[in-house]
Each structure stands twice: as C-alpha cells, then as structure tokens.
Design a protein around this ligand. Structure first.
Ligand SMILES: [Zn+2]
Length: 518
C-alpha cells in the first residue's frame, strides 16, 4: 500500500470532519442547556463595549476639562503668535484651526514692535482682559477674503473744527447712521427690514483734545455679513457717492464734510476714513490705545460712548465688557446661520493671489524721470507700458494714454496698468466720461487686453491683442522682482505718510504728484 504523501502542489490535505462542537454540546446536555446562555454572552459583550466606551468618554471629558482649566489659567498659551503676519496665516491654514480671529499687538515692552496673533475670540478675551490696561495696544486684523460687518473709522481735527465736541459728535454719528440706514434700504443685496440702531450699532470713542475719533460697527440684521472687506468698501463708497451728490440739499450730508486743518477754508474732508478697507487691515480694539513711547503722553483708549451704555448693546461689569468686546469685533459672526453679502464683480483689485508689487508712474510713461514718488518703485516694464499706450491710442483712434499706476504679479508674468488720458472703452465703443480703463499684460500669452473701471462694464474684457516682439524680454524684469522684493508692509502707521491706493487717488492727485516730481 502506497503511503499518501502530502504534496502542496497537488491538493490541500484532507480535513477530517469534526463533529460540530455546539451540536455535541447540545446533544450531551439535551435537557439542561438554556439557549439564553448564548444571548447572555452577547449581552455581556455589549456591556463590556459600552463600559469601555464610557471609560473613554470620561477620560476625554477629563482631558477636555484639564485643557479648559489650563486655558483658563494661561489663555495666551492658546494664541498663535508670530512677528510676521503671513506666518500666522500659514499656521492657521496648515493646522486647519477653526473659529480663530486675527489680532495684532504693538508690544508695550518692545517699543511698540508688532506681533500678529490668531486666537479663538473667547481665549483672546480671557488673555486680553488680564493684560494691565496701560499695556493694551491691540488691533483686530481683517484677514483678506474673510467675512466682516460694516465698519467705519470716523475722525476729524478738533483744532480745525472746534465745534465738534461730544454733543456735536453724537449728532454727526446720528446723521451718518441715518444715511447708512437709507443706503441699506437702497441696496438690493441687503435686507434691512429689521435694522434697529439700538441693537445693531456699536459705537466706540477715542477722542482726544486735538482729534475727534470714533469707531462704528454696524451688525446687519438677520446674520447678514459682507463676504469680505472689499464688499464693505463697495458699500461705503456707494454711500459716500450719495452723500456727496446730496451735499447741497441735505443738511445731514453737508455735516459730514469737515475742515482738514486750520489752513482749510472750506469743509471738504470726509468724516469717514475711506482708507480702512484695504487687505489685511488692522482696526484698533475696544479698550486699547495706540502705543506711544515712554516720554509722550498715553494716547486715548477706545471706550464705549456715554450714550452707548444706555443702548442694548452694552451692559455693566466684566460680563458687559466681554459682550461689548465680542460685538465690537468687525470680523466675528455671532449668528448661527450667517448670510454673506457680495456685490457682483467686486474683489480686491485682482483675482491673482500671489506676491504682488505696485507703484505709481509720474505723469507720462515717456518721461525719463517716470520713476517714483511716495517711495514707490518705478514700473518694471516701461517699454511694455509705452507700447500698450501707443497701441491703444492707435486702435482706439484717440490719444493721450498714459499709465498712472501699475501692479505686477511676477509669479504669473502679469502686469496690470491703470491708465488715464485716454478713456476709450471697447465694451461701450466710446470714451467714458469719468471712469478710466486698465490693461492686463500677460507675458505668458505675449498679449494684453482691456478692462474697464466703469460700473457698467464690470466683468467685461476686451479681446487679446499681441504685444510687440521688442518688449517681450521685459518679462525677465518681472521675474527679477521676486528676488529683490521692495518692502510692502502696508501697516497703518498714522504717523508715517500712508501711500494711497489706486482707488483713493483721483486724476488731479496723480497730476499734482507728477508735476511735483518732475
Ligand atoms: Zn467701459
């Protein structure tokens, strides 16, 4: 008889069938086995599982409590703090931190040097309210492309406008809030039906002997918020155009123009500071003052106004302060289901989101001194700019095109040119009366096209037009910008002359600056 040898290549070994264990058990204890035994063991497994889950829940809860306690004791440990703004943004983005808001501190013990902070508003308040009052120099930072409420920075010289005392200040703010309400009613994108001044307006004051200064935050009803501060700016500009146009017939509008300084004969200066809607803008916080060095007197602190205390938005005590703080944050939504307001075609200048450089040309692009004023660099591609102007004059059959400002996006090989002189718009096939046109030069395409600043032309663009071969080498100048970046920290040092943005300059400003520089 041949012995059977197991060869794995041929077939698996035969398995001797075993009697079913349960069947044997059942046979052996035919009369005594209680089937519920099996259910009991299932039940036990479930219980064990539940107990394990409960233990884990308790551990997590304990950890959470410890964490909260820790945060309570050292709330500032939870803050992300960096010297560079972008480092804060990067950390928040990398770690997907939610619910944080951004702040900026002028550090008292470091001569007012700035640090940027990201923190949950509750953690921030815990830490902030523990800082001695004389060392609080904090700002809210409106990160670009994050939602915000309607906010205003209102100021005027009290030396030039001695009539602006607290009572007159109240009147001016009442006029403004009145006009805001009307403008809200005139804005299709916003539902202002439930707007209530005593509930939705937060008023803070830091008026000094020489300067009237208030901050207003308007929290729109029903959780409405602007998608970003460019939208907010759009609304404020719309409001201000109406104020300007009704200046002669409406006393409330007239009152919002003040004298700039003691030299001024006429009241031409807007009460509203239009420059506070730029990207990553900082806006001073409730209970903070600007840093000032040891020798000079402390600057006034931003506090609630006398009348604000009687409005629903402000209560007494530490709890009231916290509530006021939360409500005064222009970037904090307290509504569970916010609705974001956006106006068609409104963005911060461009959809390109890379390192960008900007500057102003003085007078004509042809001028050899067309370099700089206000510390801005000259256009990196002057021959390209000159070509675009000449070509534009030629195909539009108009003349006088000149570049008044430019923005470069070196990583994209894109240069935008804001023009004046020739306002011919391809979209309407004629020149606009008051709005200028711009050109987008794209070196990747070796071509350029027109865009237009007129509201009617929003979102439209002209056809591609070829660049001259002679100017294509200037794309290298763009790339070089990446290696030697000019400093572009657009922090709002009031003491340092602020470089106006393109939108803030009108043609006369540009011409005047050009004339002065030449
Ligand atoms: Zn147009």
């Amino acid at each position: 008889m041949r012995r059977e040898v197991y060869d794995p290549r041929r077939s698996p070994p035969k398995r001797v069938p075993k009697p079913d264990a349960l069947a044997v058990l059942a046979e052996a204890n035919k009369d005594s086995v209680d089937p519920s035994l099996f259910y009991d063991s299932e039940e036990k497994k479930r219980k064990d599982r539940e107990e394990a889950e409960e233990r884990q829940r308790k551990t997590e809860l304990r950890r959470k409590k410890d964490r909260l306690k820790q945060r309570e004791q050292n709330p500032k440990d939870e803050w992300v703090r960096k010297y560079r703004q972008q480092d804060v943004f990067d950390e928040v983005d990398d770690e997907k931190k939610e619910h944080v808001r951004y702040f900026c501190e002028e550090m008292h013990d470091e001569g007012g040097k700035r640090q940027y902070i990201a923190a949950d508003p509750v953690d921030f308040w815990r830490g902030y309210s523990q800082i001695p009052v004389e060392k609080r120099h904090f700002y809210e930072l409106m990160r670009e492309n994050t939602p915000c409420h309607l906010y205003f920075d209102l100021e005027c010289s009290r030396v030039a406008n001695p009539e602006v005392d607290e009572a007159r200040g109240d009147v001016l703010i009442n006029h403004l809030v009145d006009l805001v309400r009307e403008e809200l009613m005139h804005t299709d994108e916003i539902d202002a039906t439930n707007f209530d001044v005593s509930e939705h307006v937060i008023e803070l004051d830091s008026t000094s002997e020489t300067k009237f200064s208030r901050h207003i935050v308007v929290r729109l009803p029903d959780g409405q918020m602007f998608e970003n501060n460019a939208q907010c700016q759009h609304f404020v500009q719309k409001l201000w155009r109406r104020v300007e146009s009704r200046r002669d017939e409406d006393e409330r509008c007239r009152a919002l123009f003040l004298k700039k300084d003691t030299e001024s004969e006429d009241a031409t200066e807007p009460l509203i500071d239009m420059g506070v809607y730029t990207r990553n803008r900082v806006f001073r916080l409730y209970l903070s003052n600007k840093y000032s060095s040891g020798e000079s007197a402390p600057k006034p602190r931003l506090e609630t106004t006398e009348r604000q205390r009687f409005w629903k938005t402000s209560k007494d005590g530490e709890k009231g302060k916290k509530e006021t703080f939360m409500r005064s944050l222009a970037s904090l939504c307290l509504d569970l289901s916010p609705k974001f307001i956006a106006f068609e075609g409104v963005t911060h200048q461009s959809v390109l989101r890379s390192k960008e450089f900007r500057g102003y040309c003085t007078g004509s692009y042809l001028s050899p001194t067309a370099a700089a004023f206000n510390g801005n660099a000259g256009c990196p591609c002057p021959r390209t700019a000159a070509f675009v102007c000449e070509d534009f004059n030629h195909w539009s059959a108009h003349d006088g095109a000149a570049v008044r400002s430019w923005t470069a996006f070196p990583e994209y090989g894109v240069l935008t040119l804001n023009l004046f002189g020739n306002r011919f718009c391809e979209n309407v096939e004629r020149a606009h009366k008051s709005n200028n046109v711009m050109f987008i030069v794209d070196f990747r395409e070796s071509a350029y096209y027109q865009r237009c600043h007129d509201p009617d032309c929003r979102g439209t663009r002209g056809p591609w037009r070829d660049l001259s071969e002679d100017v294509l080498d200037e794309s290298h100048a763009l790339i070089e910008m990446l290696y030697e970046p000019p400093t572009l920290d657009d922090d709002d040092e009031e003491d340092v002359a602020r470089v106006p943005t393109f939108d803030e300059m009108d043609e006369e400003d540009v011409r005047a600056a050009a004339a002065a520089a030449l």
